[in-house]
Design a protein around this ligand. Structure first.
Ligand code: HQG
Length: 183
């Protein structure tokens, strides 16, 4: 499999399964699932840069670096495991986090984060990770990464809810400033 093609398919799937299914006239159900046959048909109809096939979809779901997408049990449906901007109910189980989680951001957002904490911005959740390395990667998408250490254990004790996505991204609704260690 050509990795360039796989990456471009992954980007395209992120667009239609997380943000704007209407780009190709696709409808997701309330849990974010798209019908696989319909997805393939509609990708090809609107002439995305790649011919979509069941094999290509299988390959991307299996080999995607962050396991961004998942099939249902009988592989008739596919969805993004996290990262949505459109409202979907992923039905994730509430999970107790470790004492600390991490968030990667960049300097230009720091003043606002110090004031109001971490907000969901355009997504459905604030995204956190178990390890610093992942947070560095996330922050580096935008420039020089600034790593924030989140007192997730304390938040959990105080009643904040945490969810772990199928691909191991920690999700929560917000992180008020008092739970953030700024270095
Ligand atoms: C920042 C990627 C100002 C926040 C990644 C971030 C992740 C604030 C940006 C996933 C703020 C939102 C999500 C506040 C938060 N004031 N800025 N109060 N609160 N921000 O993309 O966490 O590759 O929605 O720090 O790997 O960067 O797409 O969130 O910089 O897992 O699968 O506002 O997206 O995954 O940006 O990334 P995003 P994120 P994929």
């Amino acid at each position: 499999m050509n990795e360039k093609i796989a990456k471009s398919v992954s980007k395209f799937l992120s667009l239609v399964l997380r943000h704007s299914p209407e780009t190709i006239g696709l409808k997701l159900d309330e849990n974010g699932w798209a019908d696989v046959e319909e997805l393939i048909l509609k990708c090809n109809k609107k002439g995305s840069q790649n011919q979509m096939t069941a094999e290509l979809l299988d390959y991307v779901v299996e080999n995607n670096d962050k396991k961004r997408f998942a099939f249902n049990e009988d592989k008739t449906k596919i969805r993004a495991s996290q990262g949505h901007s459109i409202s979907v109910e992923l039905n994730l189980a509430e999970t107790e986090p470790s004492e600390y989680l991490y968030h990667g951001t960049v300097g230009k957002f720091m003043e606002s984060i110090r004031k109001e904490g971490l907000k969901k911005m355009s997504r459905q959740h604030v995204h956190l990770s178990k390890d610093k390395e992942t947070a560095i990667k996330v922050g580096s998408r935008r420039g020089i990464a600034q790593i924030l250490k989140i007192k997730s254990g304390e938040m959990f004790k105080d009643g904040f809810r945490f969810y772990l996505s199928e691909n191991n991204v920690w999700l929560t609704d917000e992180v008020p400033p008092k739970y953030i260690e700024f270095n």
